[in-house]
Design a protein. Structure first.
Length: 342
């Protein structure tokens, strides 16, 4: 089994953004050393608990401090950006770190409507045209670029002057829409199981059965994501995961977010009955436990969904008094999983 990492660059209540970035470097270097396949970062905006606002900047930062990991976006929220700008950023990253760059693309805004409007300015994009934007990026990121007809004749657009390779494109999603689109375009596909496990079987079956071979992939390529926290005891793993799941429960019930709570803060938090049910449901779908338990859970997931790669989101918080520039529980999660599975 291959293991990969998805990092939101979570910001705890005891951390600055700089502290959270220091943790991300430690985590990426740990994954690099232990033989993980990929390390992806997310795109979210104006959220007090998430430091990952700009995937290409983070990827460049991590590429300079790792040696062999594939680095990518999980993902670039394409409605927020001009396709040429995305193609330029990732073509340049591929030139700087050849054979190591993944361009994961999603269609969600990654923020609230007010923030999205501020981000896009006057360049609001029709979400219904997402397939066109995706096609534009796929064409522009190619080494040959694209030809645009203009009045004076054909005009060639290229993301970078003399590309040798291309980043690997992936489509991200958690619905039948994304499964159909990835299959039709012949793109590798990631199902965001950590966000919503609903419909995953149907989405993966649709993707595989309707896949059209392309220059991006000769056959279906897919993996899934899952929240994970691993510790020496079940009790410690549960305590470390609880703060993140409480935070998600608050978000899903319309409560304004703050930074990720510490373990001790989560232990005394007051939840509504609805929020409690959300936490319990998410805990059941997550990988949480001792090294042996977690490894078994991942093997079951991989077999159930017929994938040979799983991307874990190490969501462990920290205890009060921990060094803010560290995240022992997240690093330990990767170390213990690697010991069991890599």
């Amino acid at each position: 089994m291959r293991l990969s990492v998805l990092d939101f660059v979570p910001v705890r209540s005891d951390q600055t953004t700089g502290d959270a970035l220091a943790v991300t470097v430690q985590l990426a270097q740990t994954a690099d050393r232990l033989g993980f396949t990929r390390y992806w970062v997310t795109e979210h905006h104006n959220m007090p608990n998430v430091g990952a606002t700009n995937p290409p900047v983070l990827i460049a930062y991590l590429a300079a401090q790792t040696a062999q990991l594939r680095l990518g976006s999980g993902g670039v929220m394409l409605p927020n950006h001009a396709p040429l700008a995305v193609a330029e950023q990732f073509a340049l990253l591929e030139a700087a770190a050849p054979g190591r760059i993944d361009l994961g693309i999603g269609r969600a805004p990654g923020s609230d409507p007010v923030t999205s409007a501020a981000l896009r300015g006057s360049h609001d994009r029709d979400i219904e045209k997402f397939p066109e934007y995706l096609d534009d990026v796929a064409a522009l990121v190619g080494a040959r670029g694209v030809v645009v007809p203009v009045r004076s004749g054909d005009y060639r657009l290229k993301a970078t002057p003399a590309a040798v390779g291309e980043p690997q494109l992936w489509l991200l999603g958690s619905s039948m829409y994304s499964a159909h689109l990835a299959a039709a375009r012949g793109l590798p596909y990631v199902f965001a199981n950590h966000f919503s496990g609903k419909g995953i079987e149907d989405a993966l079956e649709t993707y595989r059965s309707r896949f059209v071979p392309s220059k991006f992939a000769a056959e279906p390529m897919t993996f899934i994501t899952v929240d994970a926290t691993v510790a020496e005891t079940q009790e410690e793993a549960t305590a470390l995961m609880l703060p993140d799941q409480q935070m998600v429960a608050r978000m899903l019930t319309g409560v304004p977010l703050g930074p990720v709570p510490l373990v001790e803060e989560a232990a005394v938090a007051q939840l509504t009955e609805q929020q409690h049910h959300i936490v319990q449901d998410r805990m059941r779908r997550a990988v949480v436990g001792t090294p042996t338990e977690a490894a078994d859970q991942l093997r079951v997931l991989a077999e159930r969904f017929d994938v040979d790669e799983v991307m874990v989101i190490p969501v462990a918080s920290a205890h009060a008094g921990a060094d803010p520039a560290t995240a022992p529980g997240r690093v330990t999660t990767l170390e213990l999983l690697a010991k069991e599975l890599l």
